[in-house]
Design a protein around this ligand. Structure first.
Ligand SMILES: Cc1cc2nc3c(=O)[nH]c(=O)nc-3n(C[C@H](O)[C@H](O)[C@H](O)COP(=O)(O)OP(=O)(O)OC[C@H]3O[C@@H](n4cnc5c(N)ncnc54)[C@H](O)[C@@H]3O)c2cc1C
Length: 261
């Protein structure tokens, strides 16, 4: 079964507590109305976890999570969105028009959906951190191999001090980042990973991934800009990691709050 999670809406994703999709009480159940966007697996999902407002008023209270099968009446998929990178992954809009829900569709407790998401999002963020590093490490290895072979002015381009020092810095950043991510994975495995530590791992790895990938493109020269080269595609694929799973700015908000600021 292909699943998806629908939190982000056309009106905004960072301010999750302001979501507008609403499940209105009707008899023993609810009628779901609203729209989601940028949903990973949206075009192919069999089942979507949808965050919707069930309580009165605004804010984080009164949000609930529902399990919504794609076969339900009132479930509609919009466009498969055309992205800068990651063309193989499906990212889509979803619409709900008077979609009927009953008690068995509720995931967790009514009105505690926001709390449930906050409990689980650190897991998504450490997953993102692991993936960010896993994508960039082999790319750096490939680039180092290229810099040993590619010659300019009679020497391998990696032998020029600028490039040698740059590669030394990038390799160091990746190793140091890996050590922190490994610590966080261990904390997660023992149920001790805090929201702030997960946020640190997510924003930092996204930043490092983008920084290293951009430098790799530069070292490949013109080939680095050709989509037939993996380095160019990796550069396009990497850009989103600073935006999704909670943007890097939102990660810094979480860390700032943890610092008592
Ligand atoms: C490829 C892709 C896949 C995605 N998959 C999913 C998915 O499966 N499910 C899902 O629910 N969502 C998904 N998203 C949505 C993603 O989580 C949101 O795009 C993200 O949370 C940002 O929300 P937004 O796009 O509405 O930007 P906005 O919230 O409008 O933010 C715009 C800019 O303002 C900044 N900003 C906002 N608030 C603050 C603040 N307080 N301080 C400083 N800066 C701030 C943001 O960091 C951002 O730079 C996906 C997005 C993409 C691109």
């Amino acid at each position: 079964m292909v699943t998806a999670i629908g939190m982000t809406e056309p009106s905004g994703g960072s301010d999750l507590a302001a979501l507008r999709t609403r499940a209105t009480r009707r008899g023993d159940g609810w009628l779901l109305n609203g729209a989601k966007t940028f949903i990973t697996n949206g075009a192919g999902a069999d089942l979507v976890v949808v965050a919707a407002r069930t309580g009165p008023g605004e804010g984080s209270r009164g949000i609930s999570l529902f399990l919504v099968e794609a076969t339900r009446p009132g479930f509609r998929r919009g466009r498969k969105l055309d992205k800068v990178g990651q063309p193989e992954s499906d990212t889509a809009e979803l619409f709900f028009d008077d979609l009927p829900l009953d008690e068995s569709d509720l995931l967790g407790e009514e009105g505690r959906g926001f709390a449930h998401m906050m409990e689980r999002l650190p897991q998504e963020r450490i997953g993102a951190a692991v993936s960010n590093l896993a994508h960039v490490k082999p790319l750096l290895d490939e680039t180092i191999a290229y810099c040993r072979e590619r010659r300019a002015f009679g020497s391998p381009i990696g032998s020029f001090q600028h490039n040698k020092f740059l590669l030394a810095e990038l390799a160091t950043k990746i190793d140091v980042t890996q050590a922190f991510v490994d610590q966080c994975v261990d904390e997660h495995a023992h149920g001790r990973l805090s929201a702030a530590r997960a946020a640190k791992a997510k924003w930092w790895t996204a930043q490092i991934q983008n920084e290293v990938t951009d430098a790799c493109v530069q070292l490949f020269g013109g080939y680095g800009y050709m989509t037939e080269y993996r380095v160019a595609r990796a550069w396009m694929d990497a850009r989103v990691t600073k935006i999704w799973a909670g943007s890097n700015e939102i990660m810094k908000e979480i860390i700032g709050r943890d610092l008592g600021l």
